[in-house]
Design a protein around this ligand. Structure first.
Ligand SMILES: Cc1cc2nc3c(=O)[nH]c(=O)nc-3n(C[C@H](O)[C@H](O)[C@H](O)COP(=O)(O)O)c2cc1C
Ligand SMILES: [Mn+2]
Length: 487
């Protein structure tokens, strides 16, 4: 099934699939909505459409991404790995051999060409245009998520900028603390592309913010692409349909035509103020710090616009599944430079940058250490605080098995790598902000060339005995237990 074409199409799909509940009771976007959402997310519950958020003129959609099933519905796939398979197919573009191959190759090239965003003349996102004094963020049910948050925060935006030097577009998801009816902060962390556009700005940097997109385009804003790649192109590829853009009303930026709401405006060079604290995805409040101020020049909307939000906090929260989508989608990309990687896992409890588990096809001494350094050199994975490397036959998603391998196979003196480098700006544990220690754990089997004694063999039952017990299982009369060999 094709991914939804806009937020309304997505809401209709969620409703047909029994994945959305409408809440007509008046609910306060100040804290109350968070408590409802947090309980719902942690019990694997549905997306919530608050039709009567207190004090606002528009409904509030939360938890659209909160389960694996909804994430798959969003992308129109059975399993998240199916998304990666399509990407892998394109990345393995080889010079075609015969005619059939050539036609197949052309089709692949076409799917890339068709992914480029295209400009259209009219968009539903501009059915209503408010400028100057008409702009009023109080119309929107912006959530104040946690008791220590000083103000409401826009949490699910696609923030659009252009590189002041090259002109390439960037789209990112960065929280925006509301300051007043026409002003917010822009939380561009130091390692992000949005922050690079900001650092390179002249006197003014124009910014557009799209809210309420089709789920794939909304996801793409959170995708850690290299700086020169437009996130809307990835969205077009993943949707199999180009993202349509319209010219902004007051900025020289294009915005998604299907957005529910668009905020247009600018950042003034050197204008910083104190943002935060914010109850963050680390499970702690990130501290108040200076961040740029965003001035709105227009607020455009669809008629009856729906405002989307996401609540982060102690994991697992809704953003877990945005992270898992990235983990799956980026595996083929990671493999283009580190082909020995079999699989990897970013545990949700590790808050994305805390821990990476990676399995490799080990071929030479120090190979696991090479892969650790590759991870610490790859895009935003470079912020990973710890990397655990296991052999190819270990299931990286089975944390009990990974723990077993770490305990069984690591000599801390020989197999730990302690180094340092950039860390997630939100991580409060390092002595300095955004920089500190990193830990690598080599839990692979080691050879003599790595200073190990002869490695013992792992225990496995022989295949013929397993087959025999499978055949005879009923005869033994054991009701419980694993009747058939699952390995
Ligand atoms: C719900 C959610 C909230 C996020 N909030 C922020 C934020 O406030 N600041 C930030 O720099 N990154 C934030 N991120 C991470 C960025 O969206 C992500 O790193 C993305 O790759 C940034 O895009 P860029 O690399 O084009 O800058 C958030 C991600 C999610 C899923
Ligand atoms: Mn980017």
């Amino acid at each position: 099934m094709a991914p939804p074409s806009d937020l309304r199409d997505w809401i209709a799909l969620l409703e047909r699939e029994g994945e959305l509940v409408r809440i007509s009771a008046e609910v306060d976007p100040d804290l109350e909505a968070t408590e409802i959402v947090d309980r719902t997310v942690k019990s694997g519950g549905p997306a919530l459409l608050f039709e009567n958020p207190k004090g606002a003129a528009h409904p509030l959609l939360v938890n659209q991404f909160g389960t694996e099933r909804r994430m798959c519905l969003a992308f129109g796939v059975e399993r998240l790995d199916d998304i990666a398979a399509r990407l892998e197919d394109v990345l393995e573009l080889q010079p075609p051999q015969g005619l059939v191959e050539k036609v197949r190759g052309l089709r692949k090239l076409k799917s890339i060409a068709d992914s480029m965003p295209k400009t259209v003349s009219k968009g539903a996102c501009q059915e209503i245009v408010l400028t100057g004094d008409e702009i009023d963020l109080d119309l929107l049910p912006i959530q104040r998520c946690w008791p220590g948050d000083p103000a409401p925060f826009i949490t699910l935006p696609a923030v659009i900028t252009r590189d002041p030097t090259t002109g390439t577009r960037n789209v990112g998801m960065y929280r925006m603390q509301k300051i007043d009816r026409r002003t917010t902060f822009m939380h561009w962390q130091i390692h992000k592309d949005g922050a690079a556009d900001w650092r390179g700005m002249g006197d003014r940097l124009e910014v557009a913010v799209a809210l309420g997109l089709d789920p794939v385009t909304a996801y793409s804003a959170s995708a850690p692409l290299p700086k020169h790649i437009d996130e809307f192109m990835l969205a077009g590829f993943l949707r199999d349909e180009a993202v349509e853009l319209v010219q902004g009303k007051t900025v020289a930026l294009e915005v998604p035509a299907n957005a529910e709401i668009v905020l247009e405006g600018y950042i003034e060079k050197g204008e910083l103020a104190t943002e935060g604290p914010f109850g963050d995805h680390t499970g702690y409040y990130s501290p108040a710090e200076p961040f740029p101020v965003f001035h709105l020049t227009a607020l455009t909307m669809r008629r009856d616009a729906i405002y989307p939000s996401i609540v982060v906090g102690k994991p697992p929260a809704e953003d877990a599944w945005l992270g898992k989508a990235t983990e799956r989608i980026f595996l083929p990309l990671l493999r283009t430079t580190v082909p020995e990687i079999i699989d990897y896992d970013l545990p949700v409890a590790g808050a994305f940058h805390g821990c990476v588990i990676v399995s490799i096809r080990k071929a030479y001494p120090g190979h696991a250490k090479k892969v650790m350094h590759a991870m610490w050199g790859a895009g935003l994975l470079s912020l990973s605080k710890s990397v655990v490397v296991v052999d190819e036959h270990v299931d990286v998603h089975d944390y009990a098995e990974v723990f077993f391998r770490v305990c069984a196979n690591v000599d801390p003196k020989r197999d730990l790598v302690l180094t340092e480098g950039p860390l997630d700006q939100l991580d409060h544990a390092p002595t300095l902000e955004a920089y500190g220690g990193k830990l690598g754990l080599d839990a692979t089997h080691k050879g003599p060339a790595e200073g190990a004694r002869p490695w013992p063999e792992e225990i496995e039952m022989s295949a013929d005995v397993r087959a025999l017990v499978d055949r005879r299982w009923a005869e033994y009369g054991i009701a419980s237990g694993r009747p058939r060999d699952a390995s």
